[in-house]
Ligand binder design. Structure first.
Ligand code: GLV
Ligand code: MN
Ligand code: MN
Length: 344
């Protein structure tokens, strides 16, 4: 069976997202050893590669590959945001992969069908529901589905002083309108599980005295209902086309990923809940609105997650924080859950 998470991060983020699930897994296994526990099944601790899209633009590349849902073509298209090298070049330079190319790398990464009987990931909640309820442990029953896509507007640009307002085709204003249309499309579902974000807006040439000629927008839309999420994505794409036509700018769109939501395995959820009970730690079932490596591992292995509170629900920002006491409780629940599942 498996447990683990990631240690990579997004810019200006905190120290707990992912890392708690890697160091916590190592500590959980170490504590089982210290207690003299002998599992019937082996327990593998995994640190997944590139859970965040920070470096290669695609989330969860490691767990996607392990689940067998990362294609060689998709892998070949990934570029390092710093050096523009391909994923294969970076992996080879680090002493892995090799000359056999993406297909061989993916075949080696893919989990064998019987590799794991179950998988559990420990993570900070990244929301404030546990803290608000005063409950130390969350047991995740479903993980929301993310879709990520890009919209590029191409206008004319020009001199910020000389070009009259009536003559402009400002790509930056098209992007600004699209960000507002994105907010409106998410709010229009009337369901709080729908969220949509225009997290990247890059303008070129990026000069205070120049009308933007190119705007690159990256969008993220999520929901626990995949069909509702797709309808919101469609609304945003239609808004992009309408804005472009009205403003006389050209638009191009491209999907980065569009993933199905995950349902956690009842048996793994039950094992985690029973472990919290046995430790006399109050727990509550919840959905995860953030995505995790478990979103992909759950496609091939019965999986669930254990959440611990983080202060104020803050995450993806520098003041992200989980207390030692809460991490200790999460590790204890993880250890007991692993112990239970490893005996089955
Ligand atoms: C994970 O980092 C996410 O964006 O949900
Ligand atoms: Mn994250
Ligand atoms: Mn994470």
């Amino acid at each position: 069976m498996g447990t683990g998470s990631h240690t990579d991060a997004i810019p200006l983020s905190g120290r707990f997202d992912g890392t708690v699930g890697v160091l916590g897994a190592i500590e959980a296994v170490a504590s089982l050893r210290r207690a003299g526990f002998t599992p019937r099944r082996s327990i593998d601790v995994i640190m997944f590669n590139s859970e965040e899209p920070t470096r290669f633009g695609l989330s969860c590349s490691g767990s996607r590959a392990m689940a067998g849902v990362l294609s060689a073509a998709m892998l070949a298209s990934l570029r390092d945001s710093l050096s523009n090298h391909t994923f294969s070049q970076i992996v080879s330079a680090a002493g892995f992969g090799g000359a056999d190319g993406e297909a061989a790398m993916l075949a080696a990464a893919r989990l064998a069908p019987d590799a794991f009987s179950s998988f559990v990931e420990l993570h900070i909640e990244q929301g404030a529901r546990l803290e608000a309820a005063g409950v130390p442990i969350g047991i995740v029953t479903a993980i929301a589905a993310p879709a990520a896509f890009t919209v590029d507007f191409y206008g004319d640009g020009g001199h910020a002083g000389a070009l009259l307002m009536r003559d402009r085709h400002d790509a930056g204003l098209a992007a600004a309108e699209l960000a507002l249309a994105t907010e409106a499309a998410a709010l229009a579902t009337g369901v709080e599980d729908t969220v949509a974000t225009a997290g990247v807006v890059l303008l070129q040439p990026g000069a205070v005295n120049s009308v933007p000629r190119h705007a690159h927008v990256e969008l993220d839309v999520r929901d626990i209902d995949g069909a509702r999420r797709d309808a919101v994505v469609q609304h945003i794409l239609e808004a992009a086309a309408e804005i472009a036509a009205r403003r006389g700018v050209r638009v191009e769109t491209a999907f980065v990923n569009s993933d199905p939501p995950a349902t956690c395995a009842p048996a793994v959820v039950a094992a985690a809940a029973a472990s919290a009970d046995a430790l006399q730690l109050p727990s509550m079932h919840m959905v995860s609105r953030a995505y995790h490596d478990t979103l992909f591992i759950a496609q091939v292995v019965p999986s669930a997650m254990v959440f611990i509170p983080c202060t104020g629900g803050f995450s993806h920002r520098p003041d992200e924080f989980a207390s030692d006491a809460d991490m200790e409780k999460g590790v204890a629940v993880l250890a007991l859950t692993l112990a239970r599942l490893s005996l089955e």
